[in-house]
Design a protein around this ligand. Structure first.
Ligand code: NAD
Length: 470
């Protein structure tokens, strides 16, 4: 039986969800444009909720994964979300300010401005890989923009979802923010609700279904999806530095990161040297993986098996494995970090998002070849480039399109509050984070303020008086 907030459980699922949404919509009618003090108070309550529940959130996430260090959870989830809250609080007044827009002389002395209004109720559907950050970070934008929100965390992190539901119910009234928990049936029903905006984070396949469901309501959607994010190592790169940073971005959360570097493109002559550095740097960060509290479990047996199958398929087609750090432990789904050499495009590992600690390393002849390789595939969520040659860097920046880019590191563009975050093409559409996230969940309403004296009235009919001009 699904447990949807405080609603009586014997009602059908759709009715339970509709009751929750209707309560929030009624609250929107009562206060269409919450004042800044209320928005700041909601953000402060969200921050307090995270601080007060930090331990139970991290315990629940660790229990859901098997092994997931509290430090990883703090660095990648709570601190990131709290930084987003601080940023929103600092800039909210400026973001909310109406913007005056110039008018042509024919309309003067009238004035034009863009007024920023909340959309109403925002639905947020989140995946399991960073269950706290990916449900609460979109909420920061939603609350800053003055909306109310319904949250649907992933069923693959059920303990976290329950703790979150309780914490949210203590920090917020049900008509402000509410958490809905349950499996795919709940997720499906949730995405058919007539929200004023829906932000979905998850796989491209499910994103497509969600976008179709939302289209029936004409609900605008932000789709934060996945894909294969390449890392291009330039011939001018400091290989050891690049290997260290690539190992960090790939092995963080055992590769279960939407913006993890999926595969590496390396000049053919440097593949062996780069692989040796990668192995050395991976061991420096994780001297062992089995029994190492810093190294995260794969979230489920199904995903663990999927990763094993990817390696087996690649090996059966001629790939060579390089165990970067020894030590798997099936009982707690610890998957040993593995590089793959002699990879070709037909292998499953090059056709789907890996989402685990497997790194195909592919040699290239020229920079144009590397760019061509990226452009033959779906547009990725992230792209990484390592090197010191600025002309080569600019060639890659201008010659590829991706959701975002970090130069000479991995992942950290996502942590810049001043930068929007979002995919392009198959990796999604729309943005959140910072001001663009605020705007995505707002209506930017054009308003024209007519003056008492208006030149426009000279153009009213009857038009007979203009006939001699035509
Ligand atoms: P998923 O698509 O399987 O599930 C995501 C959410 O969708 C879950 O809450 C699930 O309950 C819900 N869902 C499942 N079926 C649904 C349906 N028919 N209708 C509506 N909702 C449904 O993804 P996942 O396995 O949880 O997460 C991994 C994927 O998410 C990867 O592809 C990864 O790259 C991507 N991801 C993207 C970002 C980003 O910011 N762009 C961040 C993290 C993860």
């Amino acid at each position: 039986m699904n447990k949807l907030s405080a609603i009586a459980e014997e009602r059908p699922l759709d009715t339970q969800l509709t009751v929750l949404l209707d309560r929030q919509k009624a609250a929107v009618q009562r206060d269409m444009n919450p004042v800044i003090a209320l928005r700041l108070d909601r953000l402060a309550r969200l921050d307090r909720m995270i601080v007060q529940n930090e331990r139970s959130f991290a315990d629940a996430i660790a229990a859901d994964f098997g092994i997931r260090s509290h430090i990883v959870t703090a660095l990648t989830e709570t601190l990131v979300t709290r930084a987003a809250i601080r940023h929103a609080k600092r800039h909210l007044r400026a973001w909310m300010r109406p913007r005056n827009v110039g008018v042509s002389w024919t309309f003067k002395p009238g004035r034009a401005r863009i007024m920023i209004q909340p959309l109403g109720v925002v639905g947020i559907v989140a995946p399991w890989n960073y269950p706290l950050q990916l449900v609460l970070n979109p909420l920061v934008g939603a609350l800053a923009a003055g909306n109310r929100a319904m949250l649907k965390p992933s069923e693959l992190t059920p303990r976290f979802a329950d703790v979150l539901r309780q914490a949210v119910s203590q920090a917020f009234a049900e008509d402000e923010v509410v958490v809905v928990t349950g499996g795919p049936d709940v997720a499906k029903a949730f995405s058919t609700l007539p929200f004023d905006h829906l932000l979905f984070t998850g796989s491209t396949a499910v994103g497509r279904i969600v976008a179709q469901a939302a289209a029936r309501n004409l609900t605008p959607v932000t789709l934060e999806l996945g894909g294969k994010s390449p890392a291009i190592i330039d011939a001018s790169a400091d290989l050891k530095l690049a290997a260290n940073r690539l190992a960090w971005g790939k092995l963080l959360n055992s590769g279960q990161t939407c913006v993890a570097p999926d595969y590496a493109l390396v000049p053919k002559a440097l593949v062996d040297e780069f692989t040796a550095h990668l192995s050395e740097r991976a061991k420096a960060q994780y001297p062992k993986t089995a029994g190492n509290p810093d190294y995260t479990s794969i979230v489920s047996d199904r995903h663990f098996q999927r990763l094993n199958d990817l390696v087996a398929d690649a090996v059966s087609r001629g790939a060579k494995t390089v165990e970067l750090v020894g030590g798997s432990d099936t009982a707690v789904r610890i998957f040993a970090p593995t590089a793959l050499l002699n990879v070709n495009a037909e292998m499953a590992v090059m056709q789907e998002e890996i989402f685990g600690p497997i790194l195909p390393i592919i040699g290239y002849d020229t920079l144009e070849d590397a760019i061509g390789f990226v452009n033959k595939r779906d547009r990725p969520l992230a792209l990484y480039w390592f090197g010191r040659d600025h002309a080569a860097r600019d060639k890659v920046l201008n010659g590829t399109i991706s959701g975002g880019v970090t130069i000479n590191d991995t992942i950290v563009h996502l942590a810049q509050e001043g930068l929007p975050f979002g995919g392009v093409g198959q990796s999604g559409y729309g943005h959140y984070h910072g001001e663009l996230g605020f705007r995505a969940m707002s209506k930017e309403k054009p308003v024209f303020l007519q003056a008492r004296l208006s030149a426009g009235s000279l153009l009213y009919p009857p038009y007979g008086r203009f006939s001699r001009f035509l």
